[in-house]
Design a protein around this ligand. Structure first.
Ligand code: ADP
Ligand code: MG
Ligand code: MG
Length: 251
């Protein structure tokens, strides 16, 4: 599914190397987690995969199902099946949530050569998905994320994810700032979308998220590289001992 090889990334504006040789391979249907100290490059990696400006890949590659991601425009990456949920979802005043979702889904269908949904068809699908995810239909009528609580914003992101039916989902600290109930809802949403043809990369600081979203593999990123990979027990080790021991091992 997703394969990252020896990825080196620097900032475009200054001579600062952020990713220093990231290797990561995520198979179809797998859930991987990335943990790591602040500033280790986790968000940078998500941004680079999504095609955000301001970064320069100086070495290495990233492919989705064997197709080079780094050469694509951001919207082509989305059409190819990549989805990113960010830590701070943006508010879009004046744009209804339903309109936003329909525009995004239809743009993607068009890019894939599929027919666009009519308003009626779309309404039916979005209502079904919202119900599965226990999202209040009221939220669909409001402007995108405006006045939404932290938990509602995150649930809305999960709804976007469900509607876009991506193959590879990256969640960058989607759990930050959520109370326990909201975190449970987001986890349930992710679990409902788990599928043998869909993979997840979950970036988190908290082991407790991984109690809900059980990862197949846990990676530790530090100083622009993945320094250790293991099973879910690696997250427990971090929770109990912090990163100091792991960092010392690789020095
Ligand atoms: P993480 O998500 O693991 O906390 P980030 O990817 O956000 O780490 O940041 C990695 C490093 O790159 C940090 O030292 C951060 O300050 C730096 N960095 C990332 N983006 C920028 C930017 N646009 N300008 C300056 N520094 C940046
Ligand atoms: Mg951070
Ligand atoms: Mg980050």
């Amino acid at each position: 599914m997703l394969e990252i090889k020896n990825l080196h990334v620097k900032l475009e504006e200054e001579d600062k190397q952020i990713l220093k040789g990231v290797d990561l391979k995520i198979g179809a249907g797998e859930v991987h987690a990335i943990m790591g100290p602040n500033g280790s490059g986790k968000s940078t990696m998500s941004y680079v995969l999504s095609g955000r400006d301001g970064y320069e890949v100086t070495e290495g590659e990233a492919t989705l199902d064997g197709v080079d991601l780094l050469e694509m425009e951001p919207e082509e990456r989305a059409a190819a099946g990549l989805f990113l949920a960010f830590q701070y979802p943006v508010e879009i005043p004046g744009v209804g949530n339903m309109t936003f979702l329909r525009t995004a889904v239809n743009a993607q269908r068009k890019a894939r050569g599929e027919e666009e949904y009519s308003a009626g068809e779309f309404l039916k699908i979005v209502r079904e998905k919202a119900k599965t995810l226990k999202i209040d239909a009221d939220m669909l009528k409001r402007p995108v994320n405006v006045g939404f609580s932290g938990g509602e914003k995150k649930r809305n992101e999960i709804l976007q994810m469900a509607m876009l039916e991506p193959k590879m989902c990256i969640l960058d600290e989607t759990d930050s700032g959520l109370d326990v109930d909201a975190m449970k809802l987001v986890s349930d949403g992710v679990n409902a979308l788990r599928d043998e043809g869909r993979s997840f990369l979950v970036i988190t600081h908290y082991q407790r998220l991984l109690d809900h979203i059980k990862p197949d593999v846990v990676h530790i990123m530090a100083n622009g590289r993945i320094i250790k990979s293991g099973g879910p027990e690696l997250a427990l080790e971090v929770e109990n001992n912090g990163y100091a021991d792991l960092l010392a091992e690789v020095q």
